[in-house]
Structure formats: C-alpha cells, structure tokens
Design a protein around this ligand. Structure first.
Ligand code: ARG
Length: 585
C-alpha cells in the first residue's frame, strides 16, 4: 500500500517523461503536502525548478505536465497556481477507498520497510556509580521512541545501553569501597552500598585530598585491567547496584534496553590502536598515541589530536567508541547506527566518525548518525536544579510527575462527583504522569532546549499528553454511550465522506503513513507529536460540527468509523512514542 504522496510522485515522474523525454526519468517532482488547504492537498514546484534547465516558462511547463498527468483515480484535475505551482486536490472516493482499506489493516495501512535493516540505537547510556540525570532521561525517551518507530517499520533493531562502566574512576571507587566496606569484597551476598551518588562524592573527596589514596586507586585500576579477583568483585558490586537503580527508572518508563557497556569493548582496544597504526594514521605526541583530525583546530589554528591511548597506556572514551563502532558493523552487521546523546557530544562523535572513516572502517552502505538533543531547563530558564540547587534525581522527578497527575485526577473526580477505585486512580496517575514527561520531551524539536514544567505538561489543553489521551478516551466513551463494538463495526461498515470536516479529518488520518516514514528518516519525533496533536484538533472540529450518535443510521455508522480510525491512529502514534492509552481517565 504505497502512500498517496508516493503514488502521486510516481505519476508525476511518468508525466515528466511523457512531456519532456527520457532524460526526466528520476527527476524529483518536489511534491509536498500543501501548507494551506487553499492550495489543495499536495503541491509540486517541479515546474519552477525545471524552468531554467528546460528554458521554458514555469507555468507552461506546469500545464504540459498536467496534460500528461493521469491522476483521475486519485484527484481532481490538477491546477496551475501562481508562478507555476501545481496543486492537487484528492477526490473523496479515493479517500474513502483508502480509509476502508486501512480500517482492517493491522497496521492501519502503514506498510513495513521495503528493505529492513539491522539498526543499532545507542541510547540512555548512564554512568555507573553516578546519577542518571535529565540528559540521560532525554536520551532514554528519545532513543526508545526512535527504536519503537524503526521496529514498527520492521527493522531489526539492537537497542544498546553503552553504560559508562569502565575507566580510571573505578580505581578510586574500589579503593574507597575497601576502606568503608571491606567485607563487600569477600562475601558472595549482595551488599547494599547505600546512596551511590554520595558514595561517589565521598570517594572523590578522599581521592582529591590524599596522595596515598591516589596511589592505591591507581594500583586498583591496574588490578582491574589484569582481572584480579577481588577487584573485579568490587567492580561488579558497584555495577550491580547502579544497574538496580537504573532499572527502577526503565521500569517506570517501560523502556527495554540491552546493556553493553564500555567494559565490553575493553579487550578490543589494543587492536584499535594497532590497526590505526597500520593504516598510517597514528602519531605519537608527547607519549600519547593520537590521530590528528581534519577540520578541528585549537585556538592557534593547529590541528587537534584525538588521543586514543594516553601516555600512561590508558585508553579514552573515544577509543572505546571506535571499538564499539567496528564491533557493531563487523559483528552485529549494523547498516545504520544511531547515537542519542546531548548536543555537547557532537564534536566527540564527529571526531570518532572521521577517524573511523579515514581508517577505512566505514563501508559506504553503513550510515552513522549522531542524534543530538538540547538541555532540560528549569522554569527559571536555567539548567534544571532542585530548589536547593542540587541536580534533580530522576526517580524523584518521575515520582513527582505521577503524584501531580494523581492530584489533578482526584480534583477532577471530586468535581465531577465520580466514584473511582484506588486501583483506577493509581493506574491513571501512573500512565498520565509518565506520558506527560515523555510527551513534553518528544514534542519539542529535540535540538532545542526545553523548559521542564509540570503545570504545562500535565495540562489538559494544548499540545500535551493529557490532551491526546483525553481525545482517545473521549472516543471510547462515545463508543460506550452508543453501545458500539468498534471491532465488529470495522468489518461491516464503509466510510462515506460528505461534510468538509469529515474530508479534512480523513485526509489527516491518511497521512500517518508519511509521517511515520518521515520520522524514520529524519529521526525527529516531534513531527509525530505534531501530527497527533493536529489529528486531535481535527477530530474535535469534526465532532463539534458533525453529530455522531444522533445522526441517521448510515451517516452514524460512517462517522463512528471515522471516530474509530482516529482512536486507532492515536493509539498507534502514542504507542510509538512509548505512551499507552487509557479507556477512561
Ligand atoms: N555515558 C555517556 C554519558 O553519560 C554516554 C554514552 C553515549 N554513547 C556512546 N557510544 N558514546 O555521557
């Protein structure tokens, strides 16, 4: 089931060839959804861009194209507009046929990718013994959404958690652990180290103020590298505890991810250095092994080095990423690798990608992308902090979202004089709270900073999760009120479009295919959010103008189908954002 846009594009290409000859094969007809209903549903500016190469006025080209266009099955005769745009307006019969087909299609007409790929999505990736902060929250939410969309399109997605579980900081942590909890290194039982973040802080304090401690920490790193039993045990202990804490967050967010931390690549690091040496890229600079980068210079304009092995023999974050990149391509067969981190790491990835490229480790068919995102700000416009100025604990943040959602719900229940069970309240609060946090993040263009505001994200008005969830629940309530079995209705009813609001809603419903494909390419979840928001708005306009349950029988059934398709599309779209719907709220 190709999308309308694809269908029209194919027909435009045929018309171009018919009008101007074979050389036009493969020419992009530059067809996009029209920005304003005045211009029909789709608009092409091909004639404008062909004016120069063809040496003819754009309006004449547009007319020639139209003369050769055979689109009667899809739209009314296209029209030339302004300097030479071509406007396409879809026919109701075409819309009806498509809707009727999508209705019983398991994926609402969204077809799987023609060439499914192995894709790695590297996201979340917090650091052991450190706080998982709001930056990791963004990575988790955005990465999960991207993975969901790729999976939905049938790609073979490997969700990888590139946890920071290796490095010199473990020397310090293990040395401190030996000091404060020596029994932890010998017992086989699980040991609770308490708050790991304050543990980290105390260890750091010891490290910064005591030279003997520093030396012990360095020894500990050497032992860890050499695989000494007790050191390894301590390392595992730290990792396990962090892992448990991270898991609480993943469970709350309903995010599934496979841990493959930095330590996994540790045995592969010497080869990275060796192979770089063999490819002639490696330069020794003051004892450190590095690759001098192209296009990255210091203040004096000298090329910057990417250090892959420090003078003390240790490796860097970048070395691990080089090893990971190779592993994902060679061992996992990845054809697309997506890294979801804050924009602050853009240079890091550009540098790693450049070195891999120059070393010949990147086959042309492999696409590697850094998906950057902006900061989370407090309502004061500064980096999000607690009132006392500390970094916000994710756990607290999510708990608070649920508590706020609950308070809102309880107020509403009381105002409406409803009786609800504790189970219902808890479930709704949990779903709405998590949905609000996720949606607030995803609905922003990820590259910009966004202000974290509970009031805004939990509002029932505007482009928020509660608004969309409410739109879904409202349709379900129409169904309940009318005693409708939507599932059964789908198999027995056909849509027919009479009113403008019905056609407007129908056209929007049919765009879901294009939107999902666009997000799959551009990796911008806010486009899907915007689509769903507009869908809810168009549904509201339809529902305001077109009575459903009170309409006469055949109109009633057709309109119920439009309701159902809207609900199904909302449910699908929200599920791709990692948000579940509520039948009632
Ligand atoms: N652990 C890193 C951090 O907290 C993020 C890792 C991202 N992934 C990667 N392959 N470098 O900043």
């Amino acid at each position: 089931m190709t999308s309308t846009l694809e269908q029209l594009k194919a027909k435009c290409e045929q018309a171009l060839i018919a009008a101007f000859g074979e050389t036009m094969a493969g020419t992009d007809p530059m067809l996009v959804p029209a920005s304003n209903p005045k211009f029909g549903d789709y608009q092409s500016n091909a004639a404008l861009s062909l004016a120069k190469p063809l040496g003819q006025p754009p309006r004449a080209i547009a007319q020639m194209l139209i003369n050769h266009l055979d689109v009667a099955d899809i739209c009314y005769t296209p029209t030339v507009a302004g300097p030479g745009f071509i406007n396409f307006t879809l026919k109701p019969a075409y819309l009806e046929a498509k809707l009727n087909r999508n209705l019983t299609h398991p994926h609402l007409g969204v077809e799987p990718a023609k060439q499914p790929q192995r894709v790695v999505v590297d996201f979340s990736s917090p650091n052991i013994a450190k706080e998982m902060h709001v930056g990791h929250l963004r990575s988790t939410i955005i990465g999960d959404c991207i993975a969901r969309i790729l999976e939905f399109r049938d790609h073979d997605v490997l969700r990888l958690n590139h946890v920071g579980d290796w490095g010199t900081q473990f020397g310090m942590l293990i040395t401190y652990l030996r000091e404060v909890c020596p029994e932890a290194l010998t017992t086989a039982e699980a040991v609770d180290l308490g708050d790991l973040v304050s543990f980290y802080r105390q260890a750091k304090k010891r490290f910064d103020t005591d030279e003997v401690f520093q030396e012990a920490a360095r020894q500990e790193v050497v032992k860890l590298q050499a695989g000494a039993e007790d050191t390894k045990r301590a390392w595992q202990l730290l990792c396990e505890q962090s892992r448990r804490e991270f898991q609480v967050i993943y469970d709350l967010l309903d995010v599934h991810i496979t841990e493959r931390g930095e330590s996994f690549y540790n045995p592969l690091l010497p080869d990275v250095v060796k192979d770089l040496e063999q490819s002639g890229l490696l330069v020794e600079d003051q004892g450190a092994k590095c690759v001098f980068l192209e296009g990255f210079t210091n203040k004096k304009g000298e090329p910057l080095p990417l250090i892959v092995q420090k003078s003390d023999g240790g490796y860097n974050y970048a070395t691990t990423d080089l090893a990971a990149l190779r592993y994902r391509i060679d061992q996992n067969g990845a054809k697309r690798i997506i890294y979801v981190t804050d924009a602050g790491q853009a240079n890091h990835f550009a540098q790693v990608f450049q070195v891999a490229q120059r070393a010949g480790w990147l086959p042309e068919i492999v696409e590697i992308v850094h998906v950057p995102f902006g900061l989370v700000l407090g309502e004061d416009g500064k980096k999000l902090k607690t009132r006392s100025g500390e970094t916000v604990r994710l756990r607290d943040l999510l708990d608070q979202a649920i508590a706020r959602a609950r308070a809102d719900l309880e107020t509403r229940i009381q105002a409406e004089g409803r009786q609800e069970t504790e189970e219902f309240i808890e479930h709704v609060a949990q779903v709405v709270g998590m949905a609000a946090v996720k949606y607030a993040d995803l609905s922003q263009n990820r590259t910009s900073n966004y202000v974290f505001s509970f009031d805004k994200m939990l509002s029932l008005k505007g482009n928020t999760a509660p608004y969309l969830l409410y739109a879904y629940a409202r349709i379900q309530s129409i169904g309940r009120k009318g005693g409708i079995d939507f599932e059964q209705l789908r198999t027995s009813t056909q849509v027919s479009l009479k009113e403008d609001q019905e056609a407007t809603l129908a056209k929007h419903l049919l765009q879901v295919n294009e939107v999902i494909k666009e997000v799959e390419q551009e990796l911008l979840p806010n486009r899907l959010c915007q689509y769903l928001y507009e869908l809810s708005e168009k549904f509201s306009q339809f529902y305001d103008q077109c009575p459903v349950l009170k309409a006469e029988e055949s109109v009633r059934l057709s309109r119920l189908i439009l309701c159902d398709l809207t609900a199904q599309t909302l449910k699908l779209g929200l599920s791709l954002l990692g948000i579940s719907v509520l039948e009632r709220m």
